[in-house]
Design a protein around this ligand. Structure first.
Ligand SMILES: Cc1cc2nc3c(=O)[nH]c(=O)nc-3n(C[C@H](O)[C@H](O)[C@H](O)COP(=O)(O)OP(=O)(O)OC[C@H]3O[C@@H](n4cnc5c(N)ncnc54)[C@H](O)[C@@H]3O)c2cc1C
Length: 273
């Protein structure tokens, strides 16, 4: 089960933080779905010297400042990976792990989410390939599953699958994986070896924006928006690196602010003030 918010935001960087601050100033309830802070682009920056109002500092320090502001503004932080968004009339459902949250408007501020699918991944998604152990693990009780991924979440999901009685093959190395099968996935190929499996859990930090929301228009991997940061899906706005170049903090924060104000206008239009 999940919670209901006026606006949900996917992301936790400059764009998301800026949007959340503005929405909270406007009195909206806000849920921010965000991966671990270390996964953001900003975290990797050695030294940022072009953000107004702040002295030069490392990206990690700035990430920490953003996180603190998010916590203090009263937005609810939902630590995890948004897996999919389901528009249902004037309500949007956001799947995070096995929870399903609801909102009236959504801001995608997910940064750059270039995601290369493994051969067979898209084809067998939902037919032996899953991104969520909590959601689908029970289907594989007593069976053999592969967990592909190297982070904390992958380890945790592998442990969880073992705890419910799956035989777990763990694949933590980067490289070329391939999934094959018939009607359902039944083989994982890695480093020239074939592994017979009943399911493959692929645990990555992000889900490409091109697969997050059905019907979302994008171009060269970037979400298409108008100047109000509205996307092609009613009630869905986007901000920051995920809308395209330039990849800069000030641009991300500015777009987050515009997206938040547009989301407020949208809520008023549909009578959810
Ligand atoms: C090495 C480096 C140095 C840089 N230096 C500078 C600089 O000096 N000045 C400057 O202006 N810019 C700099 N940039 C660019 C700047 O970091 C980005 O433009 C900025 O961080 C974009 O902010 P954002 O909020 O759009 O995305 P991000 O900061 O990338 O935040 C997006 C967040 O959303 C999370 N996320 C994505 N998908 C999901 C999902 N499905 N569920 C939950 N969470 C999700 C990501 O994990 C990430 O934490 C630098 C970038 C790099 C890589």
């Amino acid at each position: 089960m999940g919670d209901t918010f006026d606006v949900m935001i996917i992301g936790g960087g400059a764009a998301a933080t800026s949007a959340a601050l503005t929405l909270r100033n406007r009195g909206k309830t806000v849920g921010v779905v965000t991966n671990r802070p270390e996964t953001s682009s900003l975290y990797k920056a050695e030294r940022v010297t072009n953000y107004p109002g702040l002295p030069p500092m490392s990206g990690a320090e700035m990430t920490e400042l953003f996180r603190r502001q998010l916590e203090e503004c009263g937005a609810r932080i939902i630590q995890g990976r948004a897996l999919s968004v389901m528009p249902m009339g004037e309500i949007l459902g956001v799947a995070v792990g096995s929870d399903y949250h609801m909102c009236s408007a959504l801001i995608i501020a997910a940064g750059i989410t270039r995601e290369k699918l493994y051969p067979g991944e898209g084809e067998y998604l939902g037919r032996g390939v899953s991104y969520c152990a909590t959601c689908d693990g029970m289907l594989y009780r007593g069976k053999t599953v592969a967990v592909v991924g190297s982070g904390e979440e992958a380890r945790h999901d592998g442990d969880f699958l073992e705890s419910i009685g799956c035989r777990v093959l763990r694949f933590e190395q980067n490289g070329r994986y391939e999934i094959r099968g018939g009607m359902k996935a039944d083989t994982l190929i890695f480093a020239g070896e074939e592994h017979k499996v009943d399911g493959v859990f692929i645990i990555k930090d992000t889900v490409s924006v091109t697969r997050l929301v059905p019907g979302l228009q994008y171009e060269n991997g970037a979400i298409v928006t108008d100047r109000q940061m509205a996307t092609s899906v009613p009630g869905v706005f986007a901000a920051g690196d995920c809308t395209g170049k330039p990849y800069q903090l000030a641009k991300a924060a500015g777009e987050g602010n515009v997206a938040a104000l547009s989301a407020c206008d949208y809520l008023a239009k549909i009578g959810k003030t």
